[in-house]
Design a protein around this ligand. Sequence first.
Ligand code: B3K
Ligand code: ZN
Length: 887
Amino acid sequence: PKEIFLKDYKKPDYYFHTVDLTFSLGEEHTIVSSSITVYQRIEGNSSAPPSLVLDGVDLKLVSIKVDGKQLQKEDYHLDARHLTISSPPSTARFSLEIVTEIQPQKNTSLEGLYKSSGNFVTHCEAEGFRKITYYQDRPDIMAKYTCRVEGDKALYPVLLSNGNLVEEGNLEGGKHYAVWEDPHKKPCYLFALVAGQLQSRDDSFVTRSGRNVSLKIWTTAQDLPKTAHAMNSLKAAMKWDEDVFGLEYDLDLFNIVVVADFNMGAMENKSLNIFNSVLVLASPETASDAEYARIQGVIAHEYFHNWTGNRVTCRDWFQLTLKEGLTVFRDQEFSSDMGSRSVKRIEDVSFLRNNQFPEDAGPMAHPVRPHSYIKMDNFYTSTVYRKGAQVVRMYKTLLGSEGFRRGMDLYFKRHDGQAVTCEDFYAAMRDANDADFANLLHWYSQAGTPTMNVTSFYNSEAKTYSLKFSQQVPPTPGQAVKEPMLIPVAVGLLDSNGKDMPLTSVYRDGMLQVVSTDGQPAYTTVLKITKKEEEFDFSEISERPVPSLLRGYSAPVRLTSDLTDTDLFFLLAYDSDEFNRWEAGQVLSRKLMLSLAADFQQNKPLALNADFVHGFRSMLTDGSLDKEFIAKAINLPGVGEITEMMDIADPDAVHAVRSFIMKHLASELKAEFLKTVENNRSSDPYIFNHSNVSRRALKNTALSYLATLEDSQITELALNEYKTATNMTDQFAALTALVQHPSKTRDDVLADFYGKWEHDYLVVNKWFGLQAISDIPGNVENVRKLLKHPAFDLRNPNKVRSLVGGFCGSPVNFHAKDGSGYKFLGEIVLQLDKLNPQGASRMVSALSRWRRYDETRQAHAKAQLEMILSTNGLSENVFEIASKSLA
Ligand code: B3K
Ligand code: ZN
């Protein structure tokens, strides 16, 4: 396999101007005819024109013409990946016509053109278009497309592609056709085609300039009722993008198609978004609040790509974060505005810590803009997406909302219709604000989560308060030495009453920094750390403050400080920054869990101190707090997050400790938890809004604590919750509570749930997932059984994610010391790789951090990676992850 490097990027020698495609869809094969107008980049080249190299994989070439003339065998060269025309015409412009034959019905990789539930569907990003026809499959080739689709009218009554429908009609032999024209030029990864039996939910949106946009969500007749929430989310997103960024939709039609077999969450194809069904379909009875929220976020995300991704796209795939980091940031902001900003921030930061931090500390660590890849699909990572979004957020933190908006406006003004780089985004932000951004670009090139330590000093005579920062970026594969980064740290200082102190002036290295421009004191200020070590001094500080550091998590770093437990409990009780209130509790919990894990390892008895229980009780019973916030605040850090902080990861110890703390809190606060469940029950019709979501979140979190007690009264309670639930959120929470421990009740309720929902594959996936992630010892055997369940299918990515992915999330069973979990995964990866390399490589990643564990586990995991790597015919996808994991 060949590694591709950012530094080797070269502009293409040829550009494509227009692309006219015709698909003749058939059961045996599909014929794709493409007609392209080609331009030479360097006109009037006196020497012979360079050869034109087209990408193509799994294609049968039927014919090729240049300027209308059929090419002979000696005029081109064909290998497994390319079609090379060695002597193209020397004219500035020529035409290229290619006919290929493909077999979508045999395509299990789910990239290119494939079939799902009998329908034809495409997925092209990153490099799937080359499985449809020969093309320069790279994002800096932007062309205007037309697409004619022909197929059997009875089998494929609906024929869709990008842009506007310009013609349709009947053909002989029961066939029909449709011609679509996309007026916006685009890279081929945004091409899409859908043909099949679909019905639509129709709605419309009038843009602020008065354009009437027809909105359609396509799915099976049966699932149509489950598209209402997605449609509302779409309209809310369209409105939000106008209000917040001044961005309006640019066509008269916007389609979303729901697909059951899809590798990713969704795809932002121009005007024809294609979605994994789990991210569209929802009804109160079948989807939980978390799923409603995810649908809202992802519908918005794909819609937002229309500007950040489609109108302005990436020059090359290394720039992926240019569109993904930015669009994730935009969807996070949207969701914040739709619900609670601090809760959304807490969720996003937790996700980052649990998923991106481990990646950034492992063998696959890469900067948000990677330097190289073997298979681009392997770089759709939480680093590129989530850390990338944090990088975008830092621009906003540094520039303020208005400055950020000025930068966005300039970015679109400069680059609409172009394929650009992260530097172009940076330059737009800088130039629109005359900003000084020293060291910010390092975030694009350096991998690894920076650690930042803060120490404080109060001088009661001078009334000054100093914060001393030191930062360090850890070494990562291929990057031993790092430069200091620009780290924006939002800081507030609390007085002894817990109130924010006014901040009038702060000095850096003796130089006065402006805290506020309008003469008013600030209560939060953003310190720009640019060096390895740096000190800031606040003046006119009348008493020793408690600092609230990194408010709102203003930079994706690991923060350590000299704050005492007393300081942290104080912040937990008083910080005006809700995120940091939560964070103070998390820091306390992390410290506690780590120290109890050490006790556990030394066979010492576990004990919980009274301050912790007290702090916990105050949170749980504070009626002035937002209920969803309380639910987050009483949620302990996950096992993964804590094992990540240990020298040698010990999932058994952390699991035991987490269970112990939960159980202990549940028994100490049983009355409070019971009351919480009691007070937050409701039989009103389901509404997805903040107050209802909050209420359910708090009730169900309380129930999850109670469930740890293994007490028959609680089982009764949970059974009752299960039976009387009027929505999936409550029903599934009760089910989850009931299945914690082996029992007859557990078996019965799992069987009951399956019986209720066997007709709904999305709910069945939740049922698979719940059993897969179970911490009941020896659960691998149950998972093996479930693989043979009639509802399971290795070809469907959602099912694989629920069952296999779910299993890999269990600290106890995936990391079982006898290696049974790793062995299970090894077998699945090999089976899956033959069907779907993208899916297989996602699964194999679960093994990549094997070096974090003890020797026994290391040996088991390593053996599996070696076994995988020694297998013949391995995909490049799996090869890249497995080989880098062993390196
Ligand atoms: N851009 C797509 C992801 C495509 C994944 C390709 N393997 C969805 C998204 O991030 O919006
Ligand atoms: Zn995206």
